[in-house]
Design a protein around this ligand. Sequence first.
Ligand SMILES: [Zn+2]
Ligand SMILES: [Zn+2]
Length: 301
Amino acid sequence: MSGRAAVSQRFARLSLLAGLLVFVLKLGGYALTGSVAILSDALESIVNVAAAVLLGVTVRVSALPADDNHPYGHSKAEYISSFVEGLLIGVAGVLIVQATLSRLMEPQLPEANWLGLGLTVLASVLNLMVGLLLLRAGKVHRSPALEADGHHLLTDVWSSVAVLLGVAIVLLTGWAWLDPVIGLLVALGILWIGWRVVRRSLSGLLDERLPDEQIRAVRRAIESFESDYLEYHDLRTRRAGARTFVDFHLVLPESLTLYEAHRLCDHIEEAIDLELPETSVIIHVEPQQFAHEPGTVDVRF
Ligand SMILES: [Zn+2]
Ligand SMILES: [Zn+2]
């Protein structure tokens, strides 16, 4: 297993452990306070546990080297994990809406149990620390699955903060209806996050092009050899987890030997790899006389 995979595995285990602990703590918080907002928060934590298990499986699969059946590698497995994670977040959101709506019909005052509130605070601090760690690891190792899990934990922190504030206000003012209303707002926020995670995974699965600033970096790398080629066209980019793929057509003067053309291509490939590490580049070379019109070769939409 590569170093990156070992690191991802470690973070997946950390996420699982934290998820279990947070779930137990929040459930304790609900048992002691009877707050439906805290219950909705706890239910959402079950999703974290399931997501962490899934994360562990996919980081293992995505780290497998390319083989005969999957010559481009397995890095897209991470999008499946983050897609399912997004769906799970959505399910949690729906569960919470259901729980809060029934409580809204019969408002009930949560109990001022300081131990119960303390457990929920503790769970949130744990989530905050693990979430920040995962987010940083996901950025450093360019792992969409780790990043999705980190985002997920951080949204849990914000929803818990809202829930705790709400319970405090309810206890101070006696407005029992505020508890389910805050639970409902938290649920809407969770549904929104779930949708965003699903959307991001789908764009990865559907080979969305690189973000603008990275495309500019690729163009910069190509254009640093401007004096050696005539023009280039049909630049295509896509990302599969930590790996990036770039291909384009390069029009060269007919006088160039095959040896020179190949050397130029290798230099351009190196320059692109310098801008975007772990990038696989394929260059289709065309002599000026036979240069295809942009967009007419291979790229039919
Ligand atoms: Zn070569
Ligand atoms: Zn062409």
